[in-house]
Design a protein. Structure first.
Length: 346
């Protein structure tokens, strides 16, 4: 990880808010960055932009700005670029040190960063998972002492295309690109920028971090949601076991009911696992710019969900049979509410 800046040739401004009309040869792209740096570094102020460069013979570089709609943590880099072949080069974050703000950047291994932009279409560049490996001698350390980590790039599930249409309603009719993201192997890296290195990685690191609130389920198990679509479960004094859901976004809460599991999370995630664990169902999707924070079954037997967008907070009622949902109340964000306010003993 290094301090520094880079000059970019702005032949085109990738910021979608900067203009209303786009040339015919321009397409759109988004990539979600999942990282656990926010919880390991108290002085960290967030990732702000992603650098990309063309790799099809045209030496142009751009930066994609950051958006936070539909996310409880993390960020999505999104913008408009001329059609062509690209790769991600580095992403920048802000750090407050001794009252002064500095900018740090992390390089993206070349093998993980390639994507294609198609004219007039939206390209889903997936989720880039960024995780520092823990120091063997310290349980918690400052970021500048951590030099090794892992990046994994996976398809974004739920896909980023619905999120794009929800975050930019005037571009909601832009079709998805025909070229799908292919699976990309995990890659270790040296954060000092010296070299990317292959590492043997424990399976748990695929989840980047376990950041959700613990939840005691009806069957007595303790559940911990993760940032990349994993659930960790423990019953009694047994070891933790993990459930890999088919999603790659943050799970914020989980509810056990009638032998199945219901999960809620970022980008409108609402899904149910069948009692036999064979499949996950999510056909009644929430708007992709919603964050679903909390799910509970109250004394009236109904299931309730708390959700929020950039401008509103909502109380929803959900059917466990088909995941259909109904908005019961809406609040301005400044009014606010807490999940505890809706509990039977709250």
């Amino acid at each position: 990880m290094t301090l520094g800046s880079r000059s970019f040739g702005f032949g085109w401004n990738p910021d979608l808010d900067a203009r209303e009309h786009f040339p015919d040869d321009v397409g759109f792209v988004a990539v979600q960055l999942v990282s656990n740096v926010e919880i390991d570094w108290l002085n960290f102020r967030g990732w702000t932009r992603l650098g990309v460069e063309r790799i099809d013979g045209k030496s142009k570089s751009y930066t994609l700005p950051v958006r936070h709609e539909g996310l409880s943590s993390g960020q999505i880099f999104v913008g408009a670029l001329p059609a062509g072949e690209y790769r991600m080069t580095e992403f920048w974050g802000r750090v407050m040190q001794v009252g002064e703000e500095s900018e740090y950047k992390v390089s993206v291994p070349e093998s993980l960063g390639k994507f294609r932009v198609e004219a007039g279409r939206f390209s889903d560049a997936g989720a880039l998972v960024f995780h520092f490996l823990p120091d063997s001698e310290r349980k918690r350390v400052w970021l500048q002492w951590q030099t090794t980590g892992v990046m994994v790039r996976v398809p974004a599930l739920p896909p980023l295309h619905p999120w794009f249409g929800a975050a930019f309603p005037r571009l909601a009719e832009v079709p998805a690109a025909e070229h799908a993201l292919e699976p990309i192997p995990e890659s270790g890296f040296d954060a000092t920028g010296i070299a990317a290195t292959k590492l043997e990685l424990p399976p748990a690191l695929r989840d980047a971090a376990i950041t959700g609130r613990p939840r005691r389920l009806a069957d007595g198990q303790l559940a911990l949601p993760g940032q990349l679509g994993q659930l960790w479960l423990r019953k009694g004094d047994a070891h933790w076991t993990s459930i890999d859901t088919p999603y790659s976004t943050e799970i914020n809460d989980v509810l056990a009911i009638d032998g199945s599991l219901l999960i809620v999370g970022d980008r409108g995630l609402l899904a149910r696992r069948s009692a036999d664990g064979a499949e996950w169902v999510d056909e009644k999707r929430m708007p992709a710019n919603y964050v679903l924070h909390w799910i509970e079954r109250l004394e009236d037997g109904q299931i309730y969900v708390l959700a929020s967008s950039q401008t509103r907070a909502m109380l929803l009622r959900v059917s466990v049979t088909d995941l259909s949902w109904q908005e019961l109340a809406s609040f301005g964000r400044e009014e606010g509410f807490e999940p505890a306010d809706l509990r039977p003993d709250g």
